[in-house]
Design a protein around this ligand. Structure first.
Ligand code: MLT
Length: 237
């Protein structure tokens, strides 16, 4: 059975991948990685590689997890059998995004709950923003990690490098998936990645924002299952 490493995004614990961990358990050995301790994207990538099981693995990253997945691709391409980039970007931060991150870090020191409240309308579609179950999950994960993790992850993201020049070197089967209404990493950024990565396919999930894995888990699971099947077929050639 192949191994699948799942990389969470900002302020996510293992619960962000709960639906995929259940649905994909029959076709892959699932490992949900911890991206809460390191304070650069390169160090997050190194920590994932250090903790990864022996041999090759498939790698799926959501948002910040996608930034880390692209860095792992640079550090150890020979370990990766397939790559899935979900609601993410290969580009670095703009100056404005960086300033917004630093302001949010400051605000989180005194009012972390408000910072999380302000994130939710950017992360979910308006309809999903009304779903108490989803909103509670986002708050529960955020409060289990706290503002120190928030600051570390925001600093790491603000200093990440431009991955666009490296995309054409990615040779494994690659799934690029995006919620059509993703307001944080919009569709155009995913179309750009697909045009640069040689073996990439794009899946657009309708009625879905930035947190596709919890907003539309069935659609995401279908896409990931097809991608994992493709990796298996590729390995048998
Ligand atoms: C995430 O969901 O991981 C972050 O919102 C990504 C970002 O802020 O760039």
């Amino acid at each position: 059975m192949q191994t699948l490493l799942l990389l969470p995004g900002l302020l996510h614990d293992v619960r962000i991948w709960q639906y995929q961990a259940l649905a994909l358990a029959d076709c892959a050995r699932i490992v949900i990685c911890d991206l809460t301790q390191a304070d650069t994207i390169a160090a997050m990538a190194a920590s994932v590689l250090a903790a990864a099981p022996e041999g090759k693995f498939a790698l799926a990253g959501l948002s910040m997890g996608g930034y880390v997945a692209l860095e792992i691709m640079r550090q150890a391409p020979e370990r990766i059998s397939g790559l899935a980039l979900l609601d993410t970007s290969a580009r670095p931060d703009t100056e404005l995004t960086r300033e917004n991150r630093y302001a949010a870090i400051q605000q989180a020191r005194t009012n972390f709950k408000q910072v999380v409240d302000d994130l939710i309308p950017k992360q979910l579609t308006p309809e999903h923003g009304e779903d108490e179950r989803l909103v509670r999950l986002i708050h529960d994960m955020a409060s289990s990690l706290g503002e120190k993790v928030f600051a570390r992850q925001q600093n790491a993201m603000s200093n990440r490098i431009d991955s666009v020049p490296f995309l054409s070197a990615i040779k494994c089967p690659t799934l690029v998936l995006c919620g059509r209404e993703d307001a944080i990493t919009p569709l155009g950024l995913h179309q750009e990645m697909v045009s640069e990565i040689p073996h990439a396919g794009l899946v657009i999930v309708n009625d879905c924002g930035h947190l596709s894995v919890i907003e539309k888990p069935l659609r995401v699971n279908e896409a990931l299952t097809r991608w994992l099947d493709g990796i298996m077929a590729n390995n048998q050639q």
